[in-house]
Design a protein around this ligand. Structure first.
Ligand code: N01
Length: 560
């Protein structure tokens, strides 16, 4: 389609979304270039190399399903895969499907403008921070503006780190790390005094490991977190064989689950208060023993009814009180908010870690960190002397990376302007005013509430089919309509408002980033979403409008 220095498709990001999108568009015979800031593939698994990083969706589910040969041949060593193993898998996929030669690494997309006259995107790139001299030379040779008919954002939902603006942060004389931008070389904590700020999933995974190495670990907790044990271990070969004997059936059953995983132990739809206290306790206990995120599926109304939710919350609180020896520490570790409103954490020995003599918990919820000093952290009028600070402070989720780029659609309007009151998309796939732009697992789609690999494949397949449909009909431009987008945003909000999710100050709402507009960003419910996407497609991409190739431009725009 696009000649010269241009491509039919530019994809931003070489994580699981970008890699599969590349594979699909190449299969359509389209030219494509992926730009990736890192020096390798893997996205979130490339950047999040902190100690203990692993997936909390089971390995047999957190993997691609587009190639039966791949899913049959790949062997996972553990029930929940570690970051290094997932990164090996990502690299294996890149090699197996010949993806690398179409990816420009160490290159960041800094902006893109839609050229309405030419109906194409002009994408601006620059060497990423820390890029090698070779990348700089290659970038200079290739130019820093690339034309593309389609621009596909495979930028991930948790890719812009949230570094808190704590006074004095730049004065710290020791080492600072963010879990989401961990060094590639091993970090040595042995014999050192380490501070961890944050108690979300990244902290919950890294704290037990760091505590085992450090001379002293101080955890600065703003909000206590709910965590359930992973009960991780080697993958049972019999289980693996059973799944592989009917992998297609297993995948299909998982797609019918509200969060696109967990068909081995589906949600029990009964209300929590419809059974006796003892039956309820047993139901939670069985899932606690099983390990992982399935706890919240013990009853159908845990995320719908505050009283039901409280039964699950109280079950976990009792567990914390049972695990942590010091009652004061246990009290501090006990969360009060709705369980599941912030993403549930999955751990290996998290609460137990606070029984160690070298671990101290500091409550910065009531008294925020006053400042960071050259020697450590000052909180509650006390100085904690530290050699290293680990910021496990999360991400500017779902919109952070998209809004960092200077993306300009029709009439030069920026995405930042369009989304000043929160993100607005149609199906989490398209944005009105931004033709030929697709977002993979964007706000307004189930994405972060699901097994991401399943959501990614569903989006990529939908986009690829839409591109093929356009090819067949000689269409050059696709764009979501304002009307369809408005109705979709309303729907996403209405679904969320029926649940307990908006009751929590979570990153799903943008509440973790000071100044970010508070909007519940993901859509709840995977199967209903897939049905809607299929209906839109079957109705000729209802809610999108199409423009034909120039030679037949006199024809009126095709309406989806
Ligand atoms: O980030 P988070 P994360 N002073 O935002 C605290 C996925 N993930 O990187 O709750 C003091 O959850 C903040 O406190 P509060 C998963 O989807 C998956 O841990 O805002 N504290 C919170 O405790 C997950 O949900 C896996 O009051 C400050 C913490 O930092 C998502 O990534 C593993 C602060 C941030 O927690 C994000 O997880 C890891 C400040 N100024 C991550 N600012 C698995 O698959 C922030 N905090 C297992």
């Amino acid at each position: 389609m696009t000649g010269g220095r241009g491509f039919d498709v530019v994809i931003v990001g070489a994580g699981f979304a970008g890699m599969y999108m590349l594979h699909r568009v190449r299969g359509l015979g389209l030219s494509a270039r992926v730009f990736e800031a890192g020096s390798g593939v893997g996205g979130t698994w490339y950047w999040n190399r902190y100690p203990g990083a692993r997936c909390d969706i089971e390995s047999m589910e957190y993997s691609y399903q587009f190639s039966d040969e791949l899913q049959q041949q790949w062997h996972w060593s553990e029930r929940f895969a570690s970051q290094p193993e997932i990164l090996r898998y990502a690299n294996h996929v890149a090699d197996r499907f010949g993806l690398r030669e179409h990816i420009r690494f160490e290159t960041r997309v800094i902006g893109a403008s839609f050229d309405e006259a030419a109906s194409q995107w002009r994408v601006r790139v620059a060497p990423a921070a820390g890029a090698s001299a070779d990348t700089g030379t290659a970038a200079a040779a290739a130019g820093d503006e690339i034309a593309a008919r389609f621009l596909i954002m495979a930028t991930g939902c948790l890719s812009s780190t949230n570094m808190p603006a704590i006074e004095g942060i730049e004065t710290f004389a020791g080492e600072k790390y963010h879990t989401g931008q961990w060094p590639h070389e091993p970090v040595e904590f042995t014999g050192r005094r380490v501070g961890v700020i944050g108690t979300g999933s990244s902290a919950v995974q890294s704290i037990p490991i760091i505590a085992g190495q450090a001379r002293q670990l101080v955890v600065f907790q703003r909000t206590a977190t709910y965590s359930v044990p992973a009960h991780n271990g080697p993958l049972d070969p019999e289980y693996e064989a059973r799944i592989k004997a009917d992998y297609g059936g297993f995948r299909a059953r998982n797609k019918l689950m509200p969060n696109a995983f967990g068909s081995n132990l589906p949600r029990n739809d009964a209300p929590a208060l419809s059974v006796s206290e003892e039956e309820r306790r047993q139901a939670y206990e069985a899932r606690w023993r099983r390990g992982g995120l399935v706890l919240l599926g013990a009853f159908g109304d845990v995320m719908l009814d505050a009283r039901a939710n409280e039964t699950a919350a109280e079950f976990v609180r009792a567990k914390i009180r049972g695990i942590v020896h010091d009652p004061e520490v246990a009290e501090l570790l006990t969360p009060r908010q709705v369980i599941g409103g912030k993403r549930l954490c999955v751990d290996t020995g998290y609460y137990e870690t606070f029984n160690r003599p070298n671990v101290k918990l500091v409550d910065v919820g009531r008294q925020p960190i006053e400042r960071i000093t050259p020697g450590g952290i000052r909180s509650g009028g006390r100085d904690y002397e530290l050699d290293c600070i680990v910021f496990a402070t999360g991400f500017d989720a779902m919109t952070g990376t998209l809004l960092k780029m200077d993306i300009r659609g029709r009439s030069g309007l920026t995405l930042r302007e369009r989304w000043h009151a929160g993100p607005r998309t149609y199906l989490g796939l398209g944005v009105a005013g931004f033709p030929n732009l697709f977002t993979i697992s964007g706000p307004g789609s189930p994405s972060v509430l699901t097994n991401m690999l399943v959501s990614i494949e569903q989006h990529v397949d939908w986009i690829a089919e839409c591109l093929a449909w356009m090819q067949e009909r000689g269409c050059r431009v696709v764009e979501a309509t304002e009307r369809a987008q408005d109705a979709w945003v309303e729907h996403v909000n209405a679904v969320a408002d029926k649940t307990l999710y908006p009751n929590c100050n979570s990153w799903y709402l943008g509440a973790n980033v000071p100044g970010k507009t508070r909007v519940f960003m993901p859509l709840i419910g995977f199967p209903g979403y897939v049905r809607k996407c299929d209906e839109v497609k079957a109705a000729g991409y209802e809610g999108f409008v199409f423009e034909p190739e120039p030679r037949s431009r006199s024809a009126s725009p095709a309406k989806g």
